[in-house]
Write a protein that binds this ligand. Structure first.
Ligand SMILES: Cc1ncc(COP(=O)(O)O)c(C=O)c1O
Length: 379
């Protein structure tokens, strides 16, 4: 098991089992944000080269995390940023079809809905069964162009096999957009090997970044197919090596990879320096070890529920089991009381759609799980 609790001083004595909502900032990220604030208090301390260095270091960290070329990483403020980008700029035409999963998190759904105004069909796959490659293959029609789905579903805790789904999409020459918000940082990933086309993720959950962080990864094939490329002045000026002091030449530079799509002000000093520190912490321990630690805690929780009064609603075993564990009292109205009792015992979990959701991560310990079980198993 990992032993990184000391890096998360803000948690104090509480058992934070709600990473699916917000990952806590590690102390080193707080220090990084404080340094950025101090520089802004005395602005002559903001180095010119930090406008390029801050996004570049963050992209390198994200690239390591998902096995990607950093140039293919788009910096964002959310998962929604990338979904919006793709829904607006993928080459889609009237009559094309997009497949989504009923019950998926709203961020995965909303950006596609306005496409109906352009005569593009948005169809929902039933979310009550697992999304397997066989089921997907059965659903594809000649007009299906895109599948957009979560890697781990926020309201069921079920993980899908993105590699197998990606294979079906590739055979059908369609684009597979994955929302990894509830998985990136808790599961190992190599985007190229997974054979997906685009990945979006929030940064404030399993990578423990500040709120309003996120990224998108675009495969070169998808990037080159997009129908619009923004031109942000600072990206172009830095790429043209004009620096900030020379008179601007208003010329579009050759930009590497997907950097044209970065969120504006991509040197978002306070948020991005903190987030970089958080991701570097994960990388230091190794994402495979983090994933193994998280699964050991989940296994302890699932086993500990055993023959107790609560029912497990999320998948009991890997690979469908994720780090989001859903449980309910046989009498669902009792879940609210249990939620309050857990909080009283210093254990923080989520109450979602009347069910309890527990989501441990690298800073949690076996003791945190046992504290939760002590309340959940009480008569
Ligand atoms: C699957 C999923 N996607 C996205 C989000 C958040 O989206 P955004 O980063 O756009 O706020 C959440 C949770 O808040 C989520 O569970």
């Amino acid at each position: 098991m990992l032993d990184v609790r000391d890096e998360f001083g803000g948690l104090a004595e509480r058992a934070w089992l709600n990473c699916a909502h917000q990952g806590p900032l590690p102390d080193r990220a707080v220090t990084a944000a404080q340094q950025a604030l101090e520089e802004k208090r005395s602005p002559w301390r903001i180095a010119d080269d930090s406008f390029a260095a801050v996004p570049s270091r963050l992209k390198a960290a994200i690239g390591h995390l998902i096995g990607a070329n950093p140039d293919d990483v788009v910096l964002a403020n959310s998962a929604s940023y990338g979904l919006e980008l793709l829904s607006r700029t993928l080459p889609l035409a009237e009559g094309d079809e997009i497949l989504l999963v009923d019950g998926d998190f709203p961020a995965t759904i909303y950006p596609w809905l306005p496409l109906r105004e352009r005569g593009i069909r948005v169809r929902f796959l039933p979310g009550d069964e697992a999304l397997t490659p066989e089921r997907l293959a059965d659903e594809l029609g000649p007009a299906t162009r895109v599948l957009c789905a979560s890697w781990v579903f926020s309201f069921t805790g079920r993980a899908v096999d993105i590699t197998a789904l990606g294979e079906v999409c590739r055979r059908h020459e369609m684009t597979f957009v994955v929302n990894g918000s509830q998985a990136v940082g808790a599961r190992a990933l190599d985007v190229a090997a997974a054979g997906i086309d685009a990945l979006v993720s929030s940064g404030f959950k399993w990578t423990c970044g500040p709120y309003a962080t996120g990224f998108t990864w675009l495969s070169p094939r998808v990037r080159d197919s997009l129908t619009y490329r923004p031109a942000y002045w600072l990206t172009h000026q830095l790429a043209a090596a004009d620096g900030l002091e020379r008179a601007p030449r208003y010329e579009l530079a050759e930009l590497p990879g997907a950097s044209a799509y970065d969120v504006f002000c991509s040197a978002n000093f306070i948020n991005f320096r903190a987030w970089t520190a958080s991701i570097e912490l994960l990388l230091e321990h190794g994402i495979e070890r983090v994933a193994a630690h998280d699964q050991a805690l989940v296994a302890r929780l699932v086993d500990g529920l055993g023959d107790g009064p609560l029912r497990l609603l999320s998948p009991p075993v890997e690979p469908e089991r994720s780090t989001l564990v859903f449980v309910t009292h046989p009498e669902p109205s009792a879940n609210e009381r249990l939620h309050a009792s857990l909080r009283e015992a210093g254990v923080e979990v989520a109450l979602r759609a009347g069910r309890l959701r527990l989501s441990p991560h690298l800073y949690n310990t076996a003791d945190d799980i046992d504290r939760a079980l002590a309340v959940l198993r009480a008569p």
